[in-house]
Design a protein around this ligand. Structure first.
Ligand code: ASP
Ligand code: MG
Length: 408
């Protein structure tokens, strides 16, 4: 008998029938003798609908009131699931974040969890009830409703599992696990049985959207055993996110290929090569609240240097504007860029112990005539920026080159 936290995403609770399905799955685990805490998202599309509604009244919605509004989506699904379980003769009780007391800071729309009171949940579990908790929301010290940022119910699930010291946190979604890459791009993509936390963090930050990145960080920090599964399949073990590489398993050097279409490249040419330049260029970009990703500065020559970095596509025009002001000030030659680019990355802890991974990547891209515009690496990842029209091709050939078509 184990204590299991199960989190179901928006598509898994998108209709009354699907909610009944979730109830059946919960009932099955309950019948096996497990204690269950179920965390739910709002019905798919509901959070978007609520945000749009708020914006019809206030173009820039008041953050406190926005949280009051968007938190209702999850309040609906938890009530419905509790009813569906009762219909099946199972005792269940729903809780909003505030009722549990998931205490957060007061940063509305992107609050962070500070503590979770498990008293009431424990009492229900001990009485044999299934506990159902609204994801995505909490309450601050003053009693204001807060939300944790889009996709935040993953984090709610993991945080509850940590607080309750659950044996496992199962994230049910519309895919049956973590894949070597997006199967829509590479039909040969394979589901991974396991992936390490480090790899999962890289995959998530590089644009693979199976889990909210904060939830992975949280699980890593609190040692939560995390598993991603499909709510549309009866059986299946999904993908287990592990802390250690399994030494008994012959793992491929590269575990997955991630990509991100949402990037634009910016170049600042011919700026003086002297202390403070990076700060003078990137400071104003950060002040404008623009997220900078890959940053490259070249070795200076003749007293000047070039500076390149990437930003989200939607921020391209704004970034150029900010930099034109900066350029006049620091005395660079020109600012230019390209928003028709993408980032393709290979990820794998096996890279630590293997040489030649980068050269295989570069040769593979060269053989297809794909020009690499920027390169950045970490211990377990190599990312390249290429023309966005090559995205599918690059991902496909790399997937093959690193043997992922055959991985299991
Ligand atoms: N319903 C919220 C959202 O759409 C939270 C979640 O689903 O994780 O962002
Ligand atoms: Mg989600």
């Amino acid at each position: 008998m184990a204590l299991i936290v199960q989190k179901y995403g928006g598509t898994s609770v998108g209709t009354p029938d699907r909610i009944k399905n979730v109830a059946r799955r919960v009932a099955k685990f309950k019948a096996q003798g497990h204690d269950l805490v179920v965390v739910l998202s709002a019905m798919s599309g509901e959070t978007n609908r609520l945000i749009a509604l708020a914006k019809e009244i206030q173009a820039n919605p008041d953050p406190r009131e926005l949280d009051v509004i968007v938190s209702t989506g999850e309040q609906v699904t938890i009530g419905l699931l509790a009813m569906a379980l009762k219909e099946q003769g199972i005792e269940a009780k729903s809780y909003t974040g505030g009722q549990v007391k998931i205490l957060t800071d007061s940063l509305h729309t992107k609050a962070r969890i500070q503590s979770i009171d498990d008293t009431a949940m424990r009492a229900d579990l001990n009485a044999g009830r299934v506990v159902i908790v609204a994801g995505f929301q909490g309450v601050d010290a003053e009693g204001n409703i807060t939300t944790l940022g889009r996709g935040g119910s993953d984090t709610s699930g993991v945080a509850l599992a940590a607080a309750l010291k659950a044996d496992e946190c199962q994230i049910y979604t519309d895919v049956d696990g973590v894949y070597t890459t997006d199967p829509r791009v590479v039909p040969e993509a394979k589901k991974l049985k396991t992936i390490t936390f480090e790899e999962m963090l890289e995959m998530a930050s590089l644009g693979s959207k199976v889990l909210q990145i904060r939830s992975v960080e949280f699980a890593g920090k609190y040692n939560v055993k995390l598993r991603v599964l499909s709510s549309f399949q009866e059986e299946g073990e999904g993908t287990l996110i592990t802390f250690e590489e399994d030494p008994n398993m012959e793992k491929p050097v590269v575990s997955g290929i991630a990509f991100n279409r949402d990037e634009a490249r910016i170049n600042v040419i011919g700026v003086p090569d002297k202390p403070g330049i990076a700060y003078q260029i990137l400071g104003p970009v950060a002040d404008a609240n623009i997220d900078v990703d890959m940053i490259i500065q070249n070795v200076g020559q003749d007293g000047t240097t070039d500076f390149s970095f990437t930003v989200p596509k939607g921020e391209f025009a704004r970034t150029i504007k900010v930099l034109e002001g900066v350029q006049a000030h620091v005395g660079g030659k020109s600012v230019n860029g390209d928003d028709k680019i993408c980032k393709v990355s290979i990820v794998g802890v096996g890279m630590r112990s293997h040489v030649g991974v980068a050269s295989t990547m570069f040769r593979t891209l060269a053989e297809e005539g794909i020009n690499i515009q920027m390169i950045s690496t970490s211990e377990i990842k190599i990312s390249v920026i290429v023309d966005e029209k090559y995205l599918e091709l690059a991902v496909r050939v790399l997937h093959k080159a690193f043997g992922l078509d055959q991985a299991k």
